[in-house]
Design a protein around this ligand. Structure first.
Ligand code: ZN
Length: 346
């Protein structure tokens, strides 16, 4: 059990979320609204039916559901609504900064204008910020299954849209059969243009995928990376180079990448000195939130307030913000952590 003081600390502590997909954060009710508003049928007509879709036999079943629901989002104003609602939900959890991924190919392939998507999302986050919503950096998460060639115009748009809050470039989607190597030139271009770079790796595929991401793509952060635990040399390398794993435990359990909380490698990675952060990934689809992930990490893996403070500082230092803004964020978080700890005596 988590003590009431720790529970309260977790709820109120300042948070930084780095692994969060906009399309995976849509409230079930909003999918139903958009489905009706835009005339796009989905395989559910009530919130209950929708909830029943959120149980998966494997990663692919999850991707199928994700794709079917994401199809309801078609206009810039839809993205504005999603971003606004997400901003409010993050504010309610005391998230002070978030990096939110948008999967461009899901939308471009349906004929949407990526600039309209990004402008809509930026407007929604800005509206939420007027109601205490956090500052949000947008990261384009390119589906590796679409191949490297189709990624070039997407990356070009990402670079051109930095003024809308685009801070990073990532690859995600189906890891099997799509090693990082084919994306090397894209990552070099993204880095040279000043974007932060990360990759989903080591979620369902073993350490080779993580090695490729750090050595070939030269990422500073890995989405998941949990299979790194299978390779002691990789664990040592991640710790030595300070490469951050953005870990999403409930996501790993729901996609059956890990059998359950007790066998989740998060604590082992943390104890080996690998910088780790805790995130929700797709809160709607995995029925969780960042607050809930911290609470479960305390309950099942015995993490303490000290650990959570350290992880949050790690997250703040790993953001794709410009150095000065990042320093300000770290400072804000440290101050908020110590005053909350003093107040709660934890
Ligand atoms: Zn993800």
């Amino acid at each position: 059990m988590v003590s009431p003081t720790l529970e309260s600390f977790i709820a109120r502590m300042p948070k930084v979320e780095l692994h969060l997909h906009l399309e995976g954060s849509v409230a079930p009710q909003t999918f139903l609204t958009l489905s009706r508003r835009n005339g796009i049928p989905i395989p559910a007509s009530t919130e209950q039916e929708l909830q029943a879709l959120f149980h998966y036999d494997d990663f692919h079943a999850f991707l199928d559901t994700f794709m079917a629901l994401a199809a309801t989002v078609i206009h810039g104003e839809d993205f504005e609504l999603l971003a606004y609602e997400l901003g409010l939900s993050l504010a309610a959890q005391n998230v002070v900064y978030a990096e939110v991924m948008i999967s461009p190919m899901q939308h471009v392939r349906r004929g949407l204008d990526l600039r309209e998507v990004l402008a809509g999302a930026a407007a929604g986050f800005a509206r939420a910020a007027r109601y205490n919503g956090p500052r949000v950096g947008i990261v384009l998460d390119y589906g590796r299954q679409y191949g490297a060639e189709a990624a070039w115009p997407i990356l070009e748009t990402a670079i051109a849209c930095r003024s809308l809050g685009v801070v990073g470039w990532s690859i995600g989607g189906n890891e099997i059969g799509h090693p990082p190597e084919e994306f090397a030139a894209l990552f070099t271009t993204a880095r040279n243009a000043g974007l932060g770079v990360m990759a989903h790796a080591g979620e369902v595929v073993g350490p080779a995928s993580v090695w490729g991401a750090i050595d070939v793509l030269e990422v500073s952060r890995i989405g998941h990376g949990i299979r790194s635990i299978d390779d002691p040399e990789l664990v040592t390398t991640l710790a030595a180079r300070g490469i951050v794993l953005d870990v999403c435990p409930s996501s790993n359990i729901r996609t059956r990448a890990v059998a359950g909380w007790p066998s989740h490698p998060l604590r082992q990675l943390y104890e080996a000195g690998v910088p780790v952060t805790i995130n929700s990934d797709d809160p709607t689809f995995f029925e969780t939130t960042i607050t809930e992930e911290f609470r479960r990490a305390a309950q099942y893996l015995n993490f303490t307030a000290d650990d959570f403070c350290a992880m949050t500082r790690t997250a703040a230092r790993a953001t794709f913000l410009p150095p000065e803004a990042q320093m300000m964020l770290v400072k804000t978080i440290e101050q908020a952590q110590s005053s909350l700890r003093a107040e709660l005596g934890i």
